[in-house]
Design a protein around this ligand. Structure first.
Ligand SMILES: Cc1cc2nc3c(=O)[nH]c(=O)nc-3n(C[C@H](O)[C@H](O)[C@H](O)COP(=O)(O)O)c2cc1C
Length: 419
């Protein structure tokens, strides 16, 4: 696998006036859209399928396949939603992408809308991203003024309207059906699947929800072809990926590297390595909901879906959090559990009660008010929270907790033993 580092998604990063439509168009911007309009909808979907693009929102579901689930002959409106909620703790790549290249996301959305037969799209962004919200809205305005949105785009006969919607800043609204409920003006609570949104989503109409980064990959795939996209990454994890990395590092930030890239190289070359005198204690590779890895497990780690799964964790949205030797796992776990307990929407008992119980136990451990068997109880409660709820928030809390207990129970118990 090539360890070359092309800048595809972040090619406008650092470019003067890089966000502007004029700059985007001067570098082949909206050429993919023209190409898509000359293709059939099926061919656009087939090209995305052939590229092997996997959703960048966390689950890595094949994008072309998801698009093909939208019923073709169903009359009436269909919708496309860009999930720009970016709610996973540790993730900050979508906001960066929107800030650097909002037109790449918009172009990807128009192509996706064309392919699935949707004439209306929404970008759903969390409230906290005030700066990026302004940037996205400005780009939408530019696109309308240039005739790239609205009626009969570029004389193609295809209409596509795009609105921006600001969420209130809730983790659960990143989950696609919670997001749809929120967009419908209801409480942001997830819905049972099936039916999947592709068949019955926003306003009970066929709806595709894709992550911001997923959609931003689409212009490159259509303009340059699936083969070119597959030049980077691995067979099962093709393309480049944005990773947001945080911790006590020389250069924390957002970086684009091919999937399958070496973790050690990423840490040292992109992120500038750990600050002098520090060592790696643990790695959270895919946001707070990803089970953590020990330094030993990181030795041969590569940044792709398969390697992460083989190590019992997940790539998630590419939110890498580096935990150095000064950090307390008690404090880290306490904060993590508190977050999930706060963000549970409360619909499902295993999640509502489970996250609450974990929080009570963990506060007890932190305050040294419980016995050492409480550490095992964290595991016992977590084990009963997975796979039993409407959405995966419950699992997102249980999975990391089990990994902390499995790998750092000595530290948790030593904390209690201090008395
Ligand atoms: C609790 C929870 C939070 C989520 N938050 C996000 C998010 O902030 N952004 C996102 O794109 N996907 C998020 N997802 C995944 C979405 O439900 C959905 O799978 C994704 O938007 C699909 O896009 P993709 O196929 O392009 O990855 C979340 C899932 C869960 C269970």
């Amino acid at each position: 696998m090539t360890q070359e580092k092309p800048k595809i998604l972040l090619k406008f990063e650092g470019m003067p006036n890089g966000r502007a439509l004029k700059t985007y168009m001067a570098h082949s911007g909206y050429e993919a859209l023209k190409k898509a309009f000359a293709m059939s909808k099926e061919d656009v979907i087939n090209e995305v399928k052939a590229s092997g693009l996997r959703g960048r929102g966390g689950a890595g579901f094949p994008t072309g396949l998801k698009w093909s689930f939208v019923p073709k002959d169903m009359p009436g409106p269909k919708y496309l939603i860009c999930n720009n909620d970016e709610s996973e703790p540790g993730t900050f790549k979508d906001r960066h992408l929107c800030s650097v290249s909002p037109h790449m996301v918009i172009e990807g959305m128009i192509i996706a809308g064309f392919a699935i037969g949707a004439n209306k799209g929404y970008i759903y962004t969390r409230y906290e991203f005030q700066e990026e919200i302004g940037q996205v809205e400005a780009a939408i305005k530019e696109a309308y003024e240039a005739g790239l949105l609205g009626k009969n785009i570029l004389g193609s006969g295809f209409d596509f309207d795009l609105d921006h919607y600001t969420g209130a800043g809730a983790y659960i609204c990143g989950e696609e059906t919670g997001l749809i409920s929120s967009l419908e003006g209801k409480k942001g609570q997830p819905k049972l699947k099936p039916p999947f949104p592709a068949v019955s989503g926003y306003l009970a109409r066929p709806t595709i929800v894709n992550n911001t980064e997923t959609l931003a990959n689409v212009p490159h795939i259509i303009l340059n072809g699936a083969k070119e996209f597959r030049k980077y990454g691995s067979e099962k994890s093709p393309g480049t990926k944005l990773f947001s990395i945080s911790g006590a590092l020389g250069k924390p930030g957002v970086y684009e590297v091919p999937l399958g890239y070496s973790w050690n190289r990423f840490l040292n070359e992109e992120a500038g390595g750990l600050l002098p005198g520090l060592s790696l204690k643990a790695l959270i590779p895919g946001g707070a909901s990803a089970p953590l890895l020990t330094p030993k497990e990181c030795e041969d780690l590569t940044l792709d879906y398969e390697c992460m799964a083989a190590k019992g964790t997940m790539l998630g949205s590419g939110a890498i959090m580096v935990i150095d030797n000064r950090q307390s796992m008690v404090e880290l776990l306490r904060c993590t559990i508190e977050f999930f307990a706060h963000e549970s929407c409360g619909q499902c008992t295993p999640c509502r009660e489970g996250t609450g119980w974990l929080n009570n136990i963990m506060v007890g451990i932190n305050d040294r008010e419980v016995g050492a068997d409480s550490v095992d109880r964290l595991h016992l409660v977590s084990k009963q929270m997975g796979g039993r709820t409407i959405c995966a928030l419950s699992d997102a809390c249980a999975m990391p907790v089990m990994s902390y207990v499995q790998k750092f129970s000595d530290e948790l118990k030593a904390h209690l033993a201090k008395g």
